[in-house]
Design a protein around this ligand. Structure first.
Ligand SMILES: [Mg+2]
Length: 352
């Protein structure tokens, strides 16, 4: 993946294995992407082992609110590390009940097979155009183009992709906060003829003032991603009338429960949510799917997200991966998160 944040070529993860006194084993994943969330595998491992794990010994896993509170008191932020723990708790709770996590979250509100958009890296315009056309041929109906890597190339890339995919395919862009206000205006004015439906994170995270004005002045539809990690961020986005939609996902929000809660808060304000991706692996992607299928305000039918992380990786770390075919990802009805780690394989790939 190439974006405003640079090239992502190697993924590193922290996997949490949580064992209970009843002999169940839950698993969680911290998807550590330093450029994006600030978390590293080394930091996440340290905070989990030294701060979070000791707090959880002897805890009732069903009391997720108290587990979250303990972790928040021990360390601010560290969203993906917290979510790895919480994910493992959900996995155990599901296995204990003999139910998939989505049933514990209130049941499926949409089919277990979802349609994704394709997130296209910030390649040279000709390459981007070619790859976009290939994805459309394989069934994708929404293409998201990464921008924020330089105004001229951004403008050329978006034009090239629109030309390659034709007028009927949905097109969105994601700057990953890589533009400043001036660059955003410059680029957005020059791609007005490309029918870009959503502009994701055009400005750096936290810049609510400029985001509000940009949205108003240009009449664009804004999808907030990096601007929305915690509940305060979400409330600020709503209060400032900054966005038309928000991406939520278990990792960024510090857990499935918090992602559900924030989806409900956004819903009360009339803001639809979708899901974003940090190139999760099998376990993180399974948690995403559990959240998607059970959360009404994750409106992927009208604003497709992407839950394709495992397909970016060379091999699978679980024995029963999510089924990913073209634009579709399918979740099974197996208990817990629904994926069974291959611990031998994981051990072989441990970072020394
Ligand atoms: Mg994004």
């Amino acid at each position: 993946m190439i974006s405003a944040l640079g090239r992502h070529e190697v993924s590193r993860f922290v996997l949490v294995r949580l064992t209970t006194d009843t002999g169940l084993v839950g698993v969680g994943e911290a998807t550590a992407t330093p450029r994006w969330s600030g978390e590293t595998v080394w930091g996440a491992q340290a905070v989990i082992q030294n701060l979070f794990a000791p707090l959880l010994k002897g805890c009732d896993l069903a009391d997720l609110a108290s587990i979250r509170e303990r972790m928040d008191l021990a360390a601010i932020d560290n969203w993906f590390a917290k979510s790895a723990i919480e994910m493992a708790c959900w996995d155990v709770l599901g296995q204990n009940a003999g139910l998939p996590v989505f049933e514990l979250l209130g049941g499926a509100v949409r089919p277990l097979t979802i349609r994704n958009r394709f997130s296209l890296g910030a390649y040279a315009p000709a390459v981007a155009a070619e790859r976009a056309a290939q994805r459309v041929a394989s069934g994708f109906t929404t293409i998201k183009v990464k921008v924020g890597t330089g105004p001229q190339l951004d403008i050329e890339r978006v034009h090239a992709v629109r030309e390659a995919i034709g007028p009927d395919i949905h097109l969105t862009i994601d700057a990953n906060g890589g533009w400043n206000d001036e660059q955003a205006r410059y680029c957005l004015e020059r791609i007005q003829d490309c029918n870009v439906e959503l502009v994701e994170q055009p400005l750096p995270r936290g810049d609510y003032t400029h985001l509000k004005k940009l949205r108003q002045d240009l009449g664009i539809k804004v999808l907030a991603d990096e601007s929305c990690f915690d509940e305060i961020h979400l409330r600020e986005l709503i209060a400032h009338d900054c966005c038309d939609a928000v991406t939520l996902y278990p990792g960024k929000q510090g857990g499935i429960a918090q992602a559900c809660r924030m989806a409900a808060i956004a819903g009360e304000a009339g803001i639809p949510c979708t899901i974003g991706s940090n190139l999760e692996w099998d376990i993180g992607a399974a948690a995403m799917m559990q959240f998607i299928v059970s959360t009404p305000n994750v409106q992927i039918e009208s604003i497709p997200g992407d839950c394709l992380g495992p397909s970016y990786h060379e091999f699978s770390i679980v024995k029963n991966p999510l089924k990913i075919e073209g634009p579709f990802t399918s979740l099974s009805t197996q208990p817990g998160l629904g994926v069974t780690p291959d611990w031998d394989l994981i051990e072989q790939h441990r970072i020394q």
